[in-house]
Write a protein that binds this ligand. Sequence first.
Ligand code: ADP
Length: 471
Amino acid sequence: MKVLFVSPEVVPFAKTGGLADVAGALPKALEELGHDVRVFMPRYKKIDPIKFNLKKLNAETFEGKIPGSDVPIYFYENENYFGGRDELYQVKGVDYEDNLERFAAFCQAALRFVKEQNWRPDIIHCNDWQSGLIAVYLKVSYGNDPFFKGTKLVYSVHNMGYLGTFPKKKLPLTGLGWDQFVPDKLEFWDKIALSKAGFVYADLINTVSETYAKEIQTEEYGHGLDGLLRARSKDVYGIVNGLDYDLWNPATDPKIPENYSPTKLAAKSEDKLELQLKNGLPAKKTTPVIGMITRLADQKGLDILAEALPEIMKLDCQFVVLGTGDLKYHELLTRLKNEFPEHVGLNLGFDAALAQLIYAGSDMFMMPSRYEPCGLGQLISFKYGVVPIVRKTGGLADTVHNFDLKTGAGDGFVFEEYSSAALLDAVKRALVAYKNKTAWKKLVKKVMNLDYSWNTSAKEYVNLYDKALAG
Ligand code: ADP
């Protein structure tokens, strides 16, 4: 099967969130299953052609390979929209004001590219609003083009909180006519939502966990599109993300001070000492460390966490956080750090290497999300022997099962109600379990041996593509 995989971010080239991890790993797994997958993304300024050994294919395309694979990746070259920009979508929390123009150009380039290459994909797999317009271009602009006859489109939404909305007046800049500006097409509360192109025109819609696929069809989680998604209910699927264990493996991770594995666990506490030292916290192997690595956004449950933290800090534990995002959370966490300097390690910024040290050095991992499409943090935590504390929502509900100290069943600490009291209760349960050395060690080994590799999920994607082709 020929698959064009389009994503605005792909690991290791550019990343702001979990989508990049998916886009760096799923194509590799599909290739291993024998499919002809090619990836298309913008070349941002930070993607250095020399560093990544990219070759110029034509005036607007660089060509490379996803590292560790033979998967071809093509970069759309446009100095004005991408090559000259320091960031992907925004600077200091403020979106580039021409994001619509930028990603409309990107979407048009994707289709132009496959035509010029005379490579007709069976499936075009678009991801998030940045590639949504491809669906309407394919079905409307290229609707009668024999080249794309039989090409099906799958649209994956990785987070309903980002719909790609823009002022109505920008519609002509997409090249589309005003006939698209109606509620059952691209109009969204008198604005344009680029994601709606995907939701309306894709042959199948997909999201990143089964629970989230159901949740987005409800008012609470649908961000105003639940009606549309309910109307397309039979076309909406959920496939949980896998994890690229080539990149995420404490036994081989080159960024952590000591490598460890389920049979060589003692070394993990060396990483913990390093983490504590780096964060100016008392270096003590026996003090449980709760790590958190996150975008600092409303979605991530920081309000209930902030409410619970003063209580948590009275318990015998440390909290190390790495994140960047909304200014209000930068301020809030800074206040907490000042209030509890001996208990809180604060790292404001995006730092992939430090993230690896936090996974390696923590005992527990905090994800109190208000909603969570899939979540990668908990899957990485498992592999690094870190037990997640999560709210039961979306992909967290599908992957983390509450631990029972009596029976040993479960692999994390789960709470359901979105409240600081419920969160605090889960932390207390985790700390009680931590004190039981034998039970804890068994739990750590168990989570490290869970298998969330891409193999299973990639096969499910192939089934999904087959469904689209059969439809
Ligand atoms: P989302 O996609 O909503 O941001 P996920 O849990 O699916 O959340 O994926 C987040 C990914 O980004 C994880 O791999 C996490 O380790 C990483 N990450 C998030 N914030 C940072 C940061 N400040 N520095 C380094 N890595 C980060």
